[in-house]
Design a protein around this ligand. Structure first.
Ligand code: NAI
Ligand code: 13P
Length: 320
């Protein structure tokens, strides 16, 4: 397996596969990161997620390189772990190196803000309509991967992936609903920002439960608008990922919301690093896509600095 993107999730999935004895080549951009993985067994550039613990030691099955051509040449699967907004840029440099017929599996959750496309459409744009594609989603924090959902138009490819990934600490189930799975993964990040704000404002358990429940209703409506199956929302990629993200401490999107709630600005939150968390771009693109769903639209207005989190809450409460 070649994994494109040596961030938190690319690293975590390399560990999952490495522990199964699968040979993995992690494609990173910096020689220093590759050298650190190969020589010291650690990825100094990234925490596995949640900021709580450092990445475990790499097994010898996992090697890192900056040479995508070499990594892709004999790969049976390519896992794409570059954030949605940087996907086109990343693939523009390497897509010609991917041998024909080799499946590409997206691990990335979100909506491309410039085009309002899901990863299925972005990847088809970048890799052509013949490329076999699959998508992994669900509650899968890099620091404690547990369960994921594989979705693909091709059932045989999905079966191969479920077998490839299955282990004592990872289980993959199947869904045929690519749109429903992908919309769920994008929207849950936005709900997580809202849940973090709820927490940051100290609004309590009742408010949090109501917010997350109503957020999932908006997710279901959006899945339907985009052509997915509403029942997908009740599975791992919908409520599963939303609960894990909103009610636990691990989500970076939720952590952004927790700081926004009491009044910190996005500019200040992102000042120390150039990273933009997954939920921030979809928060802004989803309203363009669907119109005024109250929670999704409210998060966008807050991130754009048009209203404060507390004003957003008041608007929700005052809605007829
Ligand atoms: N961290 C997590 O727990 C989970 C993350 N995901 C998804 O996985 C995707 C990646 O997330 P993380 O690994 O957490 O992000 P990250 O910020 O830790 O890492 C992103 C990686 O992409 C690379 N990258 C950025 N721009 C690039 C470019 N133009 N060309 C090549 N590489 C580039 C960066 O160098 C970095 O190694 C996101 O879409 C996220 O939603 C999904 C499930 C869990
Ligand atoms: O998607 C995730 C877990 O399933 C990771 O969420 P964050 O990007 O909010 O950390």
């Amino acid at each position: 397996v070649a994994v494109l993107g040596g961030g938190s999730f690319g690293t975590a999935m390399s560990h999952v596969l490495g522990r199964k004895g699968v040979n993995v080549t992690l494609v990173v951009r910096q020689e220093t990161v590759a050298a650190s993985i190969n020589e010291n067994g650690t990825n100094t550039a990234h925490h596995p997620g949640g900021g709580a613990s450092r990445s475990p030691h790499f097994l010898p099955q996992v090697r890192a390189t900056t040479d995508a051509a070499a990594a892709f040449a004999d790969a049976h699967f390519i896992f794409h772990a570059v954030p949605v907004q940087f996907t086109r840029d990343a693939l523009a440099k390497v897509s010609h190196l991917i041998p024909p017929g080799v499946p590409v599996i997206s691990l990335s959750k979100g909506i491309e803000t410039s085009s309002l496309m899901l990863m299925a459409e972005v990847l088809e744009d970048c890799l052509g309509s013949e490329r076999p594609l699959a998508f992994l989603s669900g509650p899968a924090f890099a620091s404690e991967i547990a369960e994921g959902l594989v979705t693909a138009a091709d059932r045989e490819l999905a079966n191969d992936l479920m077998e490839l990934l299955a282990s004592t600490n990872f289980r993959a189930l199947y869904s045929p609903d690519v749109v429903g799975v992908e919309v769920g993964g994008a929207v849950k990040n936005v709900i997580a920002i809202a849940a973090g704000m709820c927490e940051g404002l100290g609004l309590g358990t009742n408010a949090m439960a109501a917010l997350v429940t109503r957020g999932c209703t908006e997710m279901r409506k959006l899945v339907v608008v985009c052509g997915g199956e509403p029942s997908t929302v009740f599975g791992l990629s919908g409520v599963g990922d939303t609960f894990g993200t909103c009610f636990g401490p691990l989500s970076r999107n939720r952590q952004v919301g927790m700081r926004l709630g009491p009044g910190e600005t996005l500019k200040k939150i992102f000042a120390p690093s150039s990273e933009v968390y997954g939920g921030v771009p979809p928060s802004r693109s989803i309203p363009k896509l669907v119109g005024k769903y109250p929670i999704l639209f409210g998060v966008a207005a807050i991130l754009d600095g048009k209203i404060t989190p507390r004003e957003g809450l008041e608007r929700l409460m005052e809605m007829p």
